[in-house]
Design a protein around this ligand. Structure first.
Ligand SMILES: Nc1ncnc2c1ncn2[C@@H]1O[C@H](COP(=O)(O)OP(=O)(O)OP(=O)(O)O)[C@@H](O)[C@H]1O
Ligand SMILES: [Mg+2]
Length: 253
């Protein structure tokens, strides 16, 4: 599908509602349109906003985490923050996906990124990694393989309302997904993931946090968030050890 290069607010149409059994809050579906020689090319995006969800930091949580996840090499949908109508929306490119099953997860070509995903969730305090927040997207070659795509960081970073949330979160909450945690068997599983996360520079974190550029944060909050993420990155080995002693990894002895 051809990807439009530029959008203006009037390019967006509300196309309907998306809901599934996994969620109590329906999501809006948007089309973006591009006219080429009289033809319309549609793309599909899913949007959430802070007002309807009731989480005042939803946009920041989603957008900053998506930037950081992409920086460390996790697969995330293309995402944007757009003013559409009267609201500010976090929109993500619609990913063709199939219902989660364990065998499909095993057949993901990026399955080796599971430790990176777990560590990332621990880093950004995301307590909400459930099967509905990993999209299993079939790869194009019809080989029965998939790619897991990471979504939904609404509850990470600042939680629902509180900027101090970034200080801590119970590691057990981050690892409440047995299909993921039981894969971890040795220290070696963590090494590459730790290396990737700890290689992120403060400058890169700063750019991800600043990417919103919409005055949502006071400058002092930006410094606080960047400082906490940098500090927490250095604490990851200790946080991991804490999760291990809490019994989060049944096969990591
Ligand atoms: N980019 C996307 N492509 C395809 N489907 C998506 C995409 N984003 C969200 N969905 C679908 O919408 C569902 C709900 O989205 P999401 O997980 O972001 O929010 P939620 O869990 O309802 O809300 P909350 O913000 O409270 O965590 C997902 O489980 C998935 O089925
Ligand atoms: Mg979700």
């Amino acid at each position: 599908m051809v990807r439009p290069l530029f959008f203006s607010p009037c390019d967006w149409e509300v196309a309907g509602l998306v809901s599934n059994y996994a969620t109590t809050r329906p999501r809006r579906l948007f089309h973006s349109t591009l006219s080429t020689h009289g033809d319309h090319i549609y793309e599909h995006w899913i949007g959430k906003n802070a007002e309807e969800s009731g989480f005042s930091h939803l946009i920041e949580n989603e957008y900053i985490c998506a930037q950081l996840a992409a920086e460390v090499g996790l697969s995330v949908p293309e995402c944007r923050v757009e003013q559409i109508g009267e609201r500010t929306w976090f929109i993500s490119h619609y990913i063709n996906n199939e219902p989660f099953t364990y065998p499909k997860l095993q057949n993901c070509r990026n399955i080796a990124d599971i430790p990176l995903l777990l560590l990332f969730d621990l880093w950004v305090c995301n307590p909400d990694r459930s099967p509905s927040n990993l999209l299993l997207s079939p790869t194009n070659n019809h080989s029965g393989t998939y790619e897991f795509i990471v979504i939904d960081h609404s509850h990470a970073l600042f939680g629902e309302t509180d900027i101090i949330r970034v200080l801590d979160v119970n590691p057990r909450l981050c690892f409440d997904f047995p299909a993921l945690t039981e894969r971890i068997r040795s220290n070696r599983d963590w090494n590459l993931a730790l290396f990737k996360l700890q290689s992120l520079s403060e400058q890169t974190i700063c750019e991800a946090v600043n990417a919103l550029c919409d005055n949502t944060f006071l400058a002092s909050d930006i410094d606080l968030v960047v400082g906490k993420l940098a500090e927490r990155k250095d604490q990851l080995p200790g946080l991991l050890y804490r999760a291990k002693t809490l019994g989060c990894f049944p096969n990591w002895l």
